[in-house]
Design a protein around this ligand. Structure first.
Ligand code: NZQ
Ligand code: ZN
Length: 390
């Protein structure tokens, strides 16, 4: 196991009806004037926005609102949010929604404490300070409720890029599984693929002797395989929703990734798909991850065979472990299909003729690489996109 530090200071409030305590937690973490940030309207329709406003009013907290975050959140709205915060002395950004809204809130929080153009953060400038952020999560997926990461799409050129800082970890996150019961099945499935992908990005590692985090990763995957079909069959299954919601948090706050090299090539390769086609991130991952697995499998057959046996229930073929490894990938792909996700370019609505443009936008050039398990060049990435068309 590698040396590591792990600091995950977010205060989690989990359970039914907990959003009515939002005002209490904003106050507890020092907020006095709040920006309420949300997406395209699901929080209005569900009544969540009204419940949260009432809770803030009960605590005597003033607030402004900025809705309209789109999935794959755009840079333009972030500028608007920063302006609002600076002009009105906002000191707390409260995100109501999924990863897109939370990421947009984090960008606003960092930009509000910065004199320059906040896009600098997404091209390498470190984030040193930010307003406090709180979240009320409505979809189990990105894990942004427990992470210090934010992903924004620059509208000029549709470049989707990430940034991260410890200061962006939310001060608190309210997780009420009931709020996820209004999700369309497709969004539940997309979120689930993202959660599983966050585990795989950590699971496929060159670091040896990481039994504890291997086993934690496997337990999240097994939980998803059991609970996601239940939530799809009965969207109001609170216990299934609760298990998936907490799985989404632990899959990405890095408790299962510490002490080991992580990969993240599939995420970067996917981000080009969601930037170009504006598809759901989880749907893009369902197309890319099995293709990536097929391409890199031979780098460490025993690790792929291990997950096939421990997670996908395959029998170990000791004479031909590559057969077991390949069967595990096939079962993963079948699982994604069974929950209603696309698993190739055609099903996603992507076009093979765009592959050169996707590779180009990833920006690896002649000598750059992406990922760690196997360091992939532009040529490798092109092959992975090609496998994803099958
Ligand atoms: O905008 P509204 O009306 O709220 O509708 C949303 C949106 O259309 C809807 N939705 C959310 N909760 C709902 C609901 N509809 C009905 N009932 C509910 N309870 O679902 C749609 C998708 O929402 P979005 O926030 O985009 O989903 P998700 O949480 O999957 O976030 C995706 C974004 O997160 C980024 C992705 O790249 C993508 O941009 N990621 C962020 C990460 C991070 N910050 O740590 C890591 C991830 O790997 C990921 O890259
Ligand atoms: Zn993701």
């Amino acid at each position: 196991m590698n040396n590591f530090t792990f600091y995950s200071p977010t205060y989690f409030v989990f359970g039914k009806g907990k959003e009515t305590e939002a005002g209490h937690y904003v106050k507890r973490f020092g907020g006095t004037k709040v920006l309420l940030h949300y997406g395209g309207g699901s929080v209005v329709r569900s009544g969540l926005l009204d419940r949260v406003k009432k809770s803030l009013e009960e605590e005597g907290l003033s607030y402004l609102e900025l809705g309209g975050v789109k999935p794959n959140p755009r840079s333009g709205l972030v500028y608007e949010g920063i302006e609002l915060c600076k002009k009105n002395n906002i000191d707390f950004v409260l995100a109501l929604g999924g990863g897109s809204t939370i990421d947009s809130a984090k960008a606003i929080a960092a930009g509000a404490k910065y004199e320059g153009d906040y896009w600098d953060f997404y091209v390498g400038t470190p984030i040193k300070d930010a307003l406090k952020v709180g979240t009320i999560l409505t979809i189990a997926a990105a894990g942004s409720e427990g992470s210090g990461d934010t992903v924004i799409t620059q509208e000029d050129g549709m470049l989707k890029r990430g940034a991260g800082s410890e200061c962006l970890r939310p001060a608190f996150s309210i997780l009420n599984p009931e709020l996820t019961q209004t999700l369309p099945s497709f969004q539940t499935a997309c979120g689930s693929a993202d959660i599983m992908a966050h585990v795989f990005e950590r699971y496929f590692t060159n670091t040896q002797d990481v039994e504890i985090t291997d086993r934690l990763c496997e337990s999240i995957l097994l939980t998803m395989i059991k609970e996601v079909p239940k939530a799809l069959k009965n969207p109001n299954d609170y216990e299934a929703r609760a298990n998936i919601m907490w799985a989404g948090m632990v899959a990405h706050n890095n408790i299962v990734g510490v002490g080991r090299e992580q990969d993240w090539a599939s995420h970067d390769i996917e981000h080009e798909l969601s930037a170009l086609y504006d598809c759901a991130h989880g749907a893009g991952l369902a197309v890319i991850f099995p293709a990536w697995m097929k391409y890199v499998m031979h780098h460490d057959i025993s690790r792929f065979a291990q997950v096939a046996v421990r997670v996908w229930g395959c029998n170990m073929d000791f004479a031909h472990p590559e057969v077991t490894a390949a069967e595990g990938i096939e079962r993963f792909k079948n699982f994604l299909t069974s929950i209603g996700l696309p698993v190739n370019f055609k099903e996603l609505g992507a076009d093979a003729k765009d592959i050169p443009a996707l590779v180009e936008k990833l920006g690896l050039g002649e000598s750059g690489t992406v990922g760690n398990f196997v360091k992939l060049t532009s040529k490798d990435v092109e092959q992975i996109y090609r496998i994803a068309t099958e």
